[in-house]
Design a protein around this ligand. Structure first.
Ligand SMILES: Nc1ncnc2c1ncn2[C@@H]1O[C@H](COP(=O)(O)OP(=O)(O)OP(=O)(O)O)[C@@H](O)[C@H]1O
Ligand SMILES: [Mg+2]
Length: 231
């Protein structure tokens, strides 16, 4: 990737869910530079999750330009997009998607079990030490042996972030759950998240319906200004 090209580059992108008559997304232009902490806000149904799923290669657009880290996702097969995501993208899902039959520790360890590249990025350091350090930073060290069904929603969010950041992905996508934490806890959580993202040189795109936390980010954008689909 050339130094000047954006980390995320979208142009004239159309996405329509199968069986739908009208597109959910039409994005004439959307770019994110490396190192940004971007806040994307919009009401329920405005396409936030759909956009994150396209950026991460879970969904594929019908047309348009979609380049992430200089790579053209529209030219990849679904398997190649899965590998790309495993290597480069940390994703905190709206519903966290923690694996219920695994412990907190095992959930956090997953990305480096799934991607050799993510594991290599940790270098020669001991994986167990890295996991314990991240969890120390996020205040979840005491939970490592617990089952993920036995911890609070706020704790699940931190586990999901630890999992997403393990192996230093270049891009972290966060889909905030609608049942958000109270404002004090969210601010504290976000400051921690940004500290870790800066340490790992990870670019953050965070979507939410609630503008209360907008001021904490380096840039904010409304879904209205990027999604021109009329439905
Ligand atoms: N699998 C699907 N099939 C068809 N339509 C869908 C599907 N998933 C979402 N949609 C529709 O696409 C639009 C955008 O949904 P999306 O989930 O991206 O919104 P959102 O901004 O994330 O909303 P929320 O804040 O409630 O999470 C909505 O109109 C939704 O009904
Ligand atoms: Mg959503």
């Amino acid at each position: 990737m050339s130094l000047n090209s954006p980390l995320i580059e979208i142009r004239d992108l159309h996405f329509t869910y199968e069986g739908q008559a009208t597109p959910t997304l039409f994005v004439p232009e959307f770019t994110v530079d490396s190192g940004e902490e971007l806040f994307l806000f919009g009401p329920s149904g405005s396409g936030k999750t759909t956009l994150l799923e396209i950026i991460s290669g879970v969904l594929a657009p019908q047309s348009g330009c979609l380049r992430i880290l200089g790579q053209d996702l529209t030219k990849m097969t679904p398997a190649q997009r899965d590998a790309f995501r495993a290597e480069h993208v940390g994703y905190v899902f709206q519903s966290f998607n923690l694996i219920p039959y695994l412990s907190v520790y095992e959930n956090i360890e997953l990305p480096i079990r799934l991607s050799a590249v993510r594991k290599q990025r940790l270098g020669t350091v001991d994986v167990d030490m890295v996991i314990r350090a991240i969890c120390g930073n996020l205040g979840i060290s005491d939970l490592l042996d617990k089952n993920v069904t036995q911890i609070s929603v706020g704790q699940q969010q931190r586990v999901a972030v630890a999992r997403a950041l393990l192996g230093k992905p270049q891009l972290l996508l966060c889909d905030e759950p609608t049942s958000a934490l109270d404002t004090d806890h969210r601010e504290k959580f976000l400051r921690l998240l940004f500290e870790l993202a800066e340490l790992y040189e990870t670019t953050v795109v965070f979507v939410s319906h609630d503008r209360n936390i907008e001021k904490l980010f380096s840039r904010s954008l409304s879904m209205n200004t990027i999604n021109k689909a009329t439905s």
